[in-house]
Design a protein around this ligand. Structure first.
Ligand code: NAD
Ligand code: MG
Length: 301
């Protein structure tokens, strides 16, 4: 926890709030600068040790949240990084780009809606051509909508379409396209969720996609293992990112993350270690087909 975050939390506790975050809401997809407090992506803390020197990475949803923390850490570890995001997130993407460039690495910005098959495939081709190859794919883009009116009965087809297209169709298309470029030593890292193991009723569609992503991870790991390509996933618990105030009731923010063993939500910076480890050809050379939980203590089995 950063000092600033700890200070903000202490101030809210004194003010009688539940100790999570102030009540707040945004329209999807949400912007970093409109969050209180602004999340910690490791800007001031991540120290690179050359673990991804010379590698080329594509991070979908790399403008904000977990994707931004991964992009910053990857750049500091020596990788050039392309990020994809929605056009309305350009300002967040520019911030991430600055951090990648400050680390002395190449940043490539690729705005596109991954729900469109042509655009999703185009993002991969553009990343590979502008980076001069591709070694790491992080399938991080994702969407959820926490229904205020409960579970399955309230689920609308257009909500399902957005969730399934973003979290699954796009992940299938992007991964399929990336196999044209990935080679021995490369890896794919998918972003799962605690929701794959401990699903919430008002996220029944989202939780289903995350369980499917775990299954996809094991399956693809088997398919491409013979080529020396590793496929893994990270399952985050409650993490303070724009996705939360943009898709949940604002009044649920004060309690967000309070039900974990550690008693708080995680910051995006706290996810980067798992993604660097899994991407590292040296450190994770025999790690494939697995899911690493970064959940503040919620079980991922
Ligand atoms: P975030 O809002 O910062 O990132 C999600 C990103 O997905 C957005 O920035 C956006 O660029 C991208 N995206 C959404 N729809 C898209 C589309 N149609 N086309 C292209 N890009 C699109 O939030 P985050 O929490 O960092 O989310 C990253 C991943 O982490 C997601 O897969 C999410 O499901 C997962 N996750 C988050 C939490 C959490 O508590 N924050 C918990 C478990 C899993
Ligand atoms: Mg964003």
């Amino acid at each position: 926890m950063t000092d600033q975050f700890a200070a903000d939390k202490a101030a809210r506790e004194l003010a009688g709030e539940e100790g999570g975050f102030p009540t707040q809401e945004q329209a999807p997809p949400g912007l970093t600068t409109e969050m209180t407090p602004v999340p910690d992506h490791g800007e001031e803390s991540w120290v690179g040790r050359g673990r991804l020197e010379g590698l080329k990475a594509l991070v979908t949803g790399g403008d904000s949240g977990i994707g931004r923390a991964v992009a910053i850490a990857y750049a500091r570890e020596g990788a050039d990084v392309a990020i994809n995001y929605l056009p309305e997130e350009q300002s967040d993407a520019e911030d991430t780009k600055q951090w990648i460039e400050k680390a002395g690495r190449k940043a490539v910005l690729l705005p596109a809606d991954l729900r469109d098959e042509q655009d999703a495939r185009g993002v991969v081709d553009d990343a590979a051509s502008q980076l001069g190859g591709l070694d790491i794919l992080v399938n991080n883009a994702g969407f959820q909508w926490a229904r205020r009116d409960g579970g399955l009965q309230g689920l609308k087809t257009e909500e399902m379409d957005r969730v399934f297209k973003t979290n699954l169709y796009a992940l299938f298309w992007v991964s399929q396209q990336a196999l044209k470029y990935l080679k021995d030593g490369s890896s794919v890292i998918n972003v799962s969720s605690i929701q794959a193991y401990d699903p919430s009723e008002n996220l029944i569609d989202y939780a289903s996609t995350k369980a499917a992503i775990n299954n996809f991870t094991v399956n693809l790991a088997n398919e491409v293992g013979g080529k020396g390509i590793r496929v893994n996933a990270v399952a985050p618990g409650p993490i303070w990112t724009p996705l939360q105030p943009a898709t949940k009731a604002g009044e649920s923010m004060p309690a967000f993350g309070g039900d974990t063993a550690l008693g708080r939500a995680g910051q995006p910076s706290e996810l980067a270690g798992a993604f660097v480890f899994l991407a590292s050809p040296a450190e994770a050379s025999y790690v494939s087909g697995t899911v690493i939980g970064v959940t503040g203590g919620k079980p991922v089995f």
